[in-house]
Each structure stands twice: as structure tokens, then as C-alpha cells.
Design a protein around this ligand. Structure first.
Ligand SMILES: [Zn+2]
Length: 307
């Protein structure tokens, strides 16, 4: 039966009129279909995940496993296979945050005054950062990230990295404790965000390569190191061409590593350093030309330069 036949899309209309559930025991709220958390029902906000959900009409109370004080949201979704799905999952887990059910208390319908306006990255930032513990300083400063000239998806990705919220294997092991956690690139150390993107031998080689070809010193031991470097390079998105060029180098490196890791983890592709390097260069040239307003980025004689 199609979603339309079941009338699921009509829920969007109710949402537009300013209707929302307040979560109690989760016995009436349908986790995916009803609007109860965030600015829209989850089916509409996270369509890729909803597509993978095993029980589309599952009640919130059954997605929650455990007691009110000691439990967790256990999403029953089929195999996640690409990074867009991973991003959606990360965003959903962020939004669920510290939310838990209150057994025995009825779910209640409430009317919200003004219907929500569209979703923007800035709103997303405010909304994500609510009730979220983390590195205070980093959190206050990450808004500069939204002014950088990068694809929206990449800004969200970098933001997740800086918040240590990327869905690495170590992160996933929190709710899937039996999964293996070794790094998807070197198969050595546990795959934390810092290892995978910064200190893994494979990642290290990329940072060393980007350093020598651009006469920079990209060497990061920790996420605060990374943030410090990104912030000091071009604090407000970069006025000069050179600053805008520098702005895209680190995000391109991070994304190239992450993409390669996902291809290795989810598609079983072998990891070749040359592929990561080519991917990073391709991104730098593409973003440089289309987003950072550079005439071009050249790679000649082992030097990477912007024009
Ligand atoms: Zn590694």
C-alpha cells in the first residue's frame, strides 16, 4: 500500500495548521507519522530514514526501550548504506537528544501559535545546539562556520565533526554494542572522530600532502586543534581570495576522508590513498570555482594554487 493511499501525507496539512503532540508515555503518538518533536513530523523531515523504517506506524512508546530514566530510542531501520542516510540519522538522534518517555502519562495534543517557517541552516544550528552538552567555547564559535562558502551539506558535516557527533563506529557502538569498531581506513585503532579524520595514518598522509602542496601546516591531534586551525585561517568566511581558498582546504580533506571511509565501510571498496587525494583535489577545485568565487585552482608541479 502506498503512503498516499494511507493518507499519511495529509498529516502535513495538520502540521501546517499548528498542531503538535506533547510526548507522555508514547502510547498514542506514531513515532514517524505524527508531529511531536522538531518542526515537522519525522517522515517528512527524514524521508530517507523513514523509507528504511521497518514499521512506519510504530508508536513512540515502542521505539523507546527501557525505563524512563534508563533507556534509549532504538530505531528499527533497515541497513543504512549511504552518507545522506547517515546524516539524516545523525540529525534525528540530535533532535531526540535527551528526550525520553514518561510511562503512564497520556500523550497530549497541543496547538502551536505560529506555524514553523522553512528550515535553514541557521535555524538548524540553534535547534541542534539546544539542551546539548559539549565544548562550550567551540559551540559559541561554530556560527562562523555558516558563513563559509561551502555546500550546505558540507557545513552540516563539518559541524557534526566539530561537535564530535559524526556517526563513526565508536559512536554507533553506543546503541549497537556488538558491532566492530575498528577504523574503516587503517583497520587498526578504534574509529573515533579524532582518529578517523585526524590521526589515522591514512588521514595523516592527506594532511601532510595538503600541507606541502599549499605551504600550510595542517597537523591536528584533537578536535579543538582542528577548530583552532579552521578559525584562525579565515574567521569570517574570508574576504580575500587566498582566505577563501584556505577555507575550503580543510573541509575538502575531511569530506574526502569520510566519503572514502563510507565507501569502504558500506560498499566494501578498498582504500587507496590516491583515491582520497584525487577526491580532495576535485572538491577543492569544484568548490573553489563554484562557491568560493575563485577563477580556478591549479595543481601544477606539486603545488596547489588558487587564481
Ligand atoms: Zn585509522
Amino acid at each position: 500500500m502506498s503512503f498516499l493511499a494511507k493518507g499519511w501525507f495529509s498529516l502535513g496539512d495538520e502540521f501546517a495548521r499548528g498542531f503538535r503532540w506533547r510526548l507522555g508515555g508514547g502510547e498514542r503518538i506514531r513515532f514517524w507519522l505524527d508531529h511531536w518533536k522538531g518542526d515537522r513530523p519525522f517522515w517528512s523531515k527524514y524521508p530517507l530514514l523513514f523509507h528504511l523504517a521497518e514499521h512506519k506506524e510504530e508508536l513512540a512508546g515502542t521505539v523507546w526501550q527501557g525505563t524512563a530514566d534508563n533507556g534509549e530510542w532504538r530505531l528499527k531501520v533497515r541497513r543504512i548504506s549511504n552518507d545522506l542516510q547517515v546524516q539524516e540519522l545523525a540529525a534525528l538522534l540530535e533532535v531526540l537528544g535527551e528526550t525520553s518517555i514518561t510511562p503512564g502519562q497520556p500523550d497530549q495534543l497541543e496547538w502551536i501559535d505560529s506555524p514553523s517557517r522553512g528550515y535553514t541552516v541557521k535555524v538548524g544550528y540553534v535547534w541542534w545546539s539546544k539542551d546539548k552538552p559539549g565544548n562550550q567555547e567551540m559551540e559559541e564559535q561554530t556560527p562562523v562556520l555558516w558563513r563559509w562558502r561551502l555546500p550546505c551539506k558540507i557545513k552540516i558535516f563539518v559541524w557534526l565533526v566539530l561537535q564530535n557527533r559524526l556517526l563513526t563506529k565508536v559512536y554507533r557502538a553506543k546503541w549497537r554494542p556488538n558491532d566492530l569498531t575498528e577504523c574503516g581506513l587503517c583497520l587498526g585503532e578504534p574509529e573515533t572522530v579524532e582518529h578517523l579524520l585526524l590521526t589515522c595514518p591514512v588521514a595523516n598522509r592527506l594532511w601532510a600532502g595538503l600541507s606541502t602542496t599549499t605551504s600550510n601546516h595542517f597537523r591536528f591531534q584533537s578536535l579543538p586543534d582542528l577548530w583552532e586551525a579552521m578559525r584562525s585561517i579565515a574567521p569570517s568566511g574570508g574576504r580575500t581570495l587566498q582566505a577563501r581558498f584556505l577555507n575550503i582546504l580543510i573541509p575538502a580533506g575531511l569530506w574526502a576522508i569520510w566519503r572514502t571511509r563510507n565507501d569502504a565501510t558500506f560498499r566494501g571498496q578498498r582504500v587507496y590513498f590516491e583515491n582520497i587525494w584525487d577526491l580532495a583535489l576535485g572538491l577543492i577545485q569544484d568548490w573553489g570555482r563554484h562557491l568560493a568565487g575563485l577563477k580556478g585552482v591549479s595543481y601544477v608541479g606539486g603545488r596547489l594554487r588558487c587564481e
